[in-house]
Design a protein around this ligand. Structure first.
Ligand SMILES: [Fe+2]
Ligand SMILES: [Fe+2]
Length: 273
């Protein structure tokens, strides 16, 4: 899959307030999505740093062009999600404390001590997780009851994640195709994603003081049942640990193409942000 990713503007109004529990009233699901969204900006800038370090070792001009498109897309994702922070703050949630902790531990400590190749391999693993989540967002009814603006923001992000899902992998393969590095990245990436995502979600849920008794627990049960049934995380892990794994082998391009066509973002590919 050698498509050159195209950075687009999502064209979403993030100025006017949205409902606090914008995932169809499900508090747990709303904060799980809010939680991963607050990880995105610093995480995506980390992906760009991890890949940029090896640009000098990439000789294939097509891969160079794909990496440039990847940088453009991730840069825009980071900016747009950062704009959405204001919505959360407007709803009364405090996120700066968590963000300080996350950025310090993730990028001030772990990134500083990890070898550069491990940072790249971790990026590759996290890009795989992102693509699986993107497939879930565009290919199921997950966002059907979401606030339309958040749905548009997440669908735009998901479509571009699907589009560039092989780029970091192909850079790692060009500089070092070893299976051991890819697996080391999977271990670190999985631990960081699980730890930071749970902490971000918990930091938001703990701020819900005025909900009816048992509401969070009920929403959590509903969400866990749905995830167990619909999100193919185990299958995604099993395919990633195969030696012959390549992100481009998974059949999800049609989901991105359909969304970009229906939202007319395919026409607005070069619109300024
Ligand atoms: Fe992204
Ligand atoms: Fe990405």
């Amino acid at each position: 899959m050698n498509v050159v990713p195209v950075p687009r503007s999502p064209g979403v109004d993030l100025q006017t307030p949205i409902a606090r529990h914008w995932m169809g009233g499900n508090v747990f699901l709303t904060h799980s999505v809010n939680g991963v969204c607050i990880l995105f900006p610093a995480g995506e800038r980390f992906f760009v740093r991890a890949v940029r370090h090896y640009m000098k070792d990439v000789s294939d001009p097509l891969l160079h062009a794909r990496v440039k498109g990847f940088f453009g897309q991730e840069g825009r994702h980071a900016k747009e999600h950062e704009r959405a922070f204001a919505l959360l703050e407007e709803q009364g949630y405090r996120i700066e404390g968590f963000l300080k902790f996350y950025e310090w531990l993730g990028y001030g400590v772990i990134e500083k001590i990890a070898p550069r190749k491990l940072s790249l391999a971790t990026t590759v693993a996290l890009e795989h997780y992102t693509a699986i989540l993107a497939e879930h967002a565009l290919g199921t009814d997950l966002l059907d009851n979401a606030d339309p603006r958040m749905r548009a923001l997440l669908s735009w992000h998901a479509a571009e994640e699907i589009e560039h899902r092989s780029v970091a992998f192909d850079v790692l393969r060009e500089i070092d195709a070893s299976y051991a590095w890819r697996m080391a990245g999977l271990v670190l990436g999985s631990m960081c994603l699980a730890g930071f995502w749970s902490a971000a979600t918990a930091s938001l849920l703990l701020q819900e003081k005025d909900l009816p008794r048992g509401k969070i627990r009920r929403d959590m049960m509903r969400t866990s049942a749905r995830i167990r049934k619909r999100l193919p995380l185990w299958r995604a892990l099993k395919s990633y640990v195969k030696r012959e794994f390549h992100p481009g082998d998974s059949d999800m391009d049609h989901l991105a193409a359909r969304y970009l066509r229906e939202s007319r973002l395919d026409l607005a590919a070069h619109a300024p942000s």
